[in-house]
Design a protein around this ligand. Structure first.
Ligand code: ADP
Length: 553
């Protein structure tokens, strides 16, 4: 209201100033009166002319009161010059014209200044309104968030066939959403790719986009978390807004743990508001929104459980470091098109612990080495020359000595066996990871929680039992076990009494250790068998484990 009154006032003022200006111009442009020769002679004789202007064809004569004009050729200029001060002007009305021009300019400047003032008033008023009601701020479509078109296909990703099979369904859904809607099938909105760095999580997400031929929005979790509270949330909002405009589309959030770390402990308002926004966006999807959010993490155990609830990232796909067969396939992919004389199986054998990314670097470095020695063909020696460099360089990779491998195999075998025995769900166990399905159920019993506790302690207990020694590889699991025990006591009163005490957590852990010790002592043979299998194949699935250890349990 205020704004429009000001505008009206401005129009009135400008109109008024313009009118005055025009009247003034009309006034000063008043045409001089034409006089005849007789009157002229009279006026001249009586010295009534104060000033004269000689123009092209006329003479303008100024008396005290009036202005007169007479044809130049009709009078004697010499006579006039004797009596009256005379000015010669060539363009008859130049002075009045320039004056009018200046006046017009003046009017324009005044109008401009006024317009600016009103605009400023308007702006402050809008700002005040915004400050009063920030939630009403319309969401802007941020054009900087652009999707990319992915040219990666499933065939470009070597190995991980089981992952591809899982994701084929998502591709199909993105391609033919109606088919699923008609059948009333709900597909996951969020897929969580879990696995160590460099195993191809980003690559496979891109391949899903490439296969489905939909736009791909890449975002790293850490880029959401800003210094200013609210900025991250705004970015999340904008990202989803853009993805909706491009739907069907894929949003890929790398390192989601940067946003989705379990809450509690030190408060971080910015991260929390960002996480809340992410949860809100995911809950707000309509079933036909055709957006799939794929997120990647290395640390699922660190994620806030809210993220893992139904309707959010409820589909989880585990990727592990490639096993010997997969390494061979990846090496083949990168050797393709290079002249070489190596057996990829040989290289696969010597690259335990290498990720897909590391293998691609290794092949590249080996080829560079070939060039350096001015040779035409990549040889096995090129690989041997650069292997340590890749290991020690910026792509630092976990690579175990034989003894370390054995310890790790024992550790993981014990964990797998316990998980099986205590009925804690898991998919597979590898040399480096045991994919325990640690998803919070709505209601969990004390027995179920202590079973998990036992599984996390079993690697540690097994090493003590078998090697009479404890090792640093237990660090993460021990941390997790302590977290579970504390939660049991402090949150769920599963200790001695309702009021938590730290002794209760210690007691729970002691009891669990005792139980696991007894179990593992009985099953040393099964551990040995699993250990050998792990060393040989690097990973064991649940069904394989069942087959192998059945006879011992
Ligand atoms: P992550 O997201 O798991 O950290 P990336 O997808 O970024 O890993 O992988 C990095 C690079 O490693 C890829 O661009 C690709 O060159 C290579 N790579 C990783 N895994 C594979 C694979 N299975 N097949 C082919 N190349 C791979």
């Amino acid at each position: 209201m205020q704004v429009s009154t000001d505008k009206n006032r401005l129009i009135l003022i400008v109109a008024f100033v313009a009118l005055v200006g025009l009247l003034f111009i009309a006034f000063i442009n008043k045409p001089p009166k034409v006089i005849d020769l007789q009157t002229y002679n009279n006026f001249l004789k009586n010295d009534l002319f104060k000033k004269a202007e000689i123009r092209d064809y006329e003479v303008i004569l100024f008396t005290q009161e009036d202005i007169y004009s007479i044809i130049k050729d009709g009078i004697s200029i010499e006579e006039l010059l004797e009596k009256v001060p005379v000015e010669v002007k060539h363009s008859s009305d130049l002075s009045s014209l320039s004056f009018a021009f200046l006046l017009l300019l003046f009017i324009i400047v005044i109008a401009f200044v006024f317009a600016k003032r009103v605009k400023r008033v308007e702006k402050t008023q809008v700002n005040e309104q915004r400050q009063r009601a920030p939630e009403l701020e319309p969401l802007s479509f941020n054009r900087k968030i652009k999707p990319s078109k992915s040219s990666v296909r499933f065939d470009d990703v070597a190995g991980i066939d089981d992952v591809k099979i899982e994701l084929t369904e998502i591709v199909d859904y993105l391609k033919y959403p109606q088919k699923y809607l008609d059948f009333g099938i709900k597909l996951p909105r969020g897929v969580l790719l879990v696995g160590p760095p460099g195993v191809g999580k980003t690559m496979i997400a891109k391949a899903v986009a490439g296969e489905a031929d939909v736009p791909f929005f890449y975002h790293s979790g850490s880029s959401f978390v800003q210094i200013y509270v609210g900025m991250g949330a705004k970015r999340v909002r904008e990202l989803f807004e853009n993805a909706k405009r491009y739907a069907p589309s894929i949003i890929f959030i790398d390192e989601i743990d940067a946003v989705g770390k379990a809450r509690g402990g030190g408060r971080n308002d910015e991260r929390e508001s960002t996480l809340n926004q992410l949860l809100t966006e995911m809950d707000g999807f309509e079933d036909n929104s055709n957006i799939i959010v794929i997120a990647a993490t290395n640390k699922i155990e660190m994620l806030d459980v809210a993220l893992l609830r139904a309707g959010r990232f409820d589909r989880r796909v585990f990727l592990s470091l490639p096993n010997i067969k997969e390494r061979e396939e990846i090496i083949d992919v990168y050797l393709l098109g290079k002249t070489h004389n190596v057996k990829s199986s040989e290289i696969a054998k010597m690259t335990v612990g290498f990720s897909g990314a590391a293998l691609s670097t290794l092949v590249n470095e080996a080829a560079l080495n070939t060039l350096k020695r001015d040779a035409m063909r990549v040889e096995i020696d090129d690989f041997l020359d650069v292997k340590d460099k890749v290991l020690l360089g910026k792509h630092k990779i976990l690579s175990y000595s034989d003894e370390e491998k054995k310890i790790q195999a024992t550790y993981q075998a014990a964990k797998a066996l316990s998980a099986y025995w205590y009925e804690v769900d898991f998919e597979k166990v590898t040399m480096l990871n045991s994919f325990i399905k640690d998803v919070e159920k709505e209601i969990e019993s004390k027995t179920q929680m202590s079973s998990k506790l036992k599984v996390y302690l079993s690697g540690f207990v097994a090493c003590e039992l078998i090697y009479n020694e404890t090792y640093t590889n237990a660090a993460l699991d021990l941390k997790k076990a302590k977290m579970i025990a504390d939660e049991m006591v402090q949150v769920f009163a599963m200790g001695e009494g309702i009021i938590p005490s730290s002794i209760d957590s210690a007691n729970l852990i002691d009891e669990a250790i005792e139980d696991v010790e007894q179990f593992l002592a009985r099953t040393k043979k099964a551990i040995k068998k699993l250990e050998t299998l792990l060393l040989e194949k690097e990973s064991v699935t649940k069904s394989e484990l069942q087959r192998v250890v059945g006879e011992f349990l």
